[in-house]
Write a protein that binds this ligand. Structure first.
Ligand code: ADP
Ligand code: GLC
Length: 479
């Protein structure tokens, strides 16, 4: 049964990443290959990306006039991935990140990602020149949301489509005046198709027109059908409940391997010493003094979603109780300021680096005792999974994928030896404060802490189960 899948997204590790979407898009092909699925990943050729690959590419698609300029799709094998790079300089060859110039979103983002989706649909219809035609088109998030719609609008679709929601907070809104420019039929602008409260929404388009909808954890799949989490799309998703499923993300266990030779400070269940060394090195790197309590780490976009404001409020009591804190992230200027403020108030106990640094992230997972993820909502979350793998126990809000992956240290779980972290609810300062208090006490109980670390490191955070679930979903679509 296995076949071909065209995966379409705006990010893919190791080429371009702003968040967990990239990790997942980059990991899926490797996870599915052993099950016989041949997955290619279509992403935009952002500035410098082709040069970064520095290899021979094959042109497999071209159009002299794609949304205002010439474009080609270049196939290249790199980093263990079969990549398709959409090279359209007028859309992607510009300074800045994938979505913005650093400060403001690009005003033509609707066109930029509609073009990506248009090309995906064209390739899915057999438009490529190398004979590779997918059986399934797998679109990720709003950036690829129009792809299932273009497929549908182009007449009887020869391939099936799946859309995965990584984060409902981003919905790809655009003015309806852009309908024609985005090559969308005017008569599809109604509440049952492309319209969302007077605007266009590419995510909604995908949710309405894909054959299947998935999201990245079972709990988020349920949450999305409720107004508190659905962000206006709960009705659209609930109406299609029979084709919605939640498939937990895994992590790339080779890239995130605490025992890998390339790691600065390997740490294994058998040998606890290196964790202590990594911890000492991390404290030294940030110029912190001795920290007798748990060293908490935060590696995150600094946004309201991630509950960073709660950390600012709850940290002082935790720090006074002996804890330490190291933060790596960037985002909302107010939250960056709040984190810098903590570091200024607790220079011996709090280290903050504003920015993005993949290697430092690895060192922090190796050296931290606890990873804090007090998200208000979290479709899946990857940092708690990295934490489990490195014996850096997750302290997380009980929502979305966080609730699905961390076993709370209640009396029963502690007795059974299955506890892997601490979860709290609701996501507020009081609950986080109380949980950090509990964390200080648990950390002081060394045998219990070590037992939890062992359970955490045995947690199945790889793709073994979820790759089979995706494979079963694809197979089901083709029968
Ligand atoms: P989201 O995708 O919502 O941002 P996830 O937990 O799914 O959240 O994924 C975030 C990913 O980005 C993880 O791989 C995390 O380690 C990484 N990350 C986030 N911020 C930074 C940063 N400032 N530096 C390095 N890695 C980061
Ligand atoms: C999104 C979500 C995050 C999830 C990631 C990968 O960015 O916010 O929870 O882990 O996508 O699916």
């Amino acid at each position: 049964m296995p076949g071909r899948v065209l995966s379409v997204a705006s990010e893919c590790v190791p080429l371009v990443k702003t968040g967990g979407l990239a990790d997942v898009v980059g990991a899926l092909p490797k996870a599915l290959a052993p099950l016989g699925w041949d997955m290619r990943v279509l992403i935009p050729a952002y500035r410098g990306l082709a040069a970064k690959l520095g290899r021979k590419t094959r042109t497999v698609w071209s159009d002299p006039a794609l949304f205002g300029g010439p474009a080609t799709v270049e196939a290249v094998e790199a980093q263990g991935l079969s990549l398709l790079l959409l090279d359209a300089p007028h859309l992607y060859d510009r300074p800045g990140g994938p979505y913005s110039d650093g400060g403001h979103d690009f005003p033509d983002n609707p066109e930029r990602f509609a073009a990506l989706s248009w090309v995906a649909a064209s390739l899915a219809r057999g438009g490529g020149t190398d004979g590779w035609v997918p059986d399934i088109l797998h679109a990720h998030d709003w950036q690829a949301g129009f792809a299932p719609a273009y497929l549908r609008f182009g007449g009887a679709a020869p391939v099936k489509s799946v859309i995965t929601i990584h984060n409902i907070a981003f919905q790809g809104h655009a003015s309806p005046e852009r309908l024609a420019a985005l090559r969308l039929p005017l008569h599809e602008f109604h509440a049952g198709s492309l319209e969302y409260y007077g605007n266009l929404s590419s995510l909604k388009a995908g949710l309405v027109h894909a054959d299947r909808i998935t999201t990245v954890s079972p709990t988020y799949a349920e949450e999305l059908m409720r107004p508190e989490f659905g962000m206006g799309l709960q009705g659209v998703i609930a109406a299609r409940a029979e084709v919605v499923s939640g498939i937990l993300n895994g992590v790339d266990t080779e890239l995130w391997d605490p025992a890998a030779p390339g790691q600065a400070h390997p740490y294994s269940v058998q040998n606890r010493k290196p964790k202590a060394e990594a911890r000492a090195a991390l404290l030294a790197e940030f110029g912190l003094g001795p920290v007798e309590g748990p060293l908490a780490i935060v590696i995150s976009r600094l946004t309201a979603q991630k509950g960073i404001d709660l950390i600012a409020a709850a940290a002082p009591e935790f720090l006074a109780g002996g804890g330490g804190l190291v933060v790596l992230g960037s985002g909302d200027p107010g939250l960056e300021h709040a984190m810098r403020g903590l570091a200024a108030a607790w220079p011996d106990r709090v280290g903050v680096k504003i920015g993005y640094d993949e290697a430092l992230g690895h060192r922090m997972f190796a050296g931290g005792d606890v990873v804090l993820v007090p998200s208000r909502f979290e479709p899946c979350g990857l940092t708690q999974l990295y934490g489990l793998r490195y014996g850096t126990l997750p302290v997380v809000a009980a929502t979305g994928g966080l609730a699905d992956t961390v076993v709370h240290a209640n009396t029963m779980a502690l007795a059974a030896g299955t506890a892997t972290g601490l979860t709290f609810h609701p996501t507020d300062v009081l609950a986080l404060t109380q949980t950090l208090r509990r964390c200080l006490a648990l950390f002081a109980d060394r045998p219990t802490w070590a037992r939890m670390q062992r359970a955490a490191m045995k947690s199945p955070v790889g793709w073994e189960t979820s790759s089979r679930t995706y494979a079963a979903l694809y197979a089901d679509l083709l029968t």
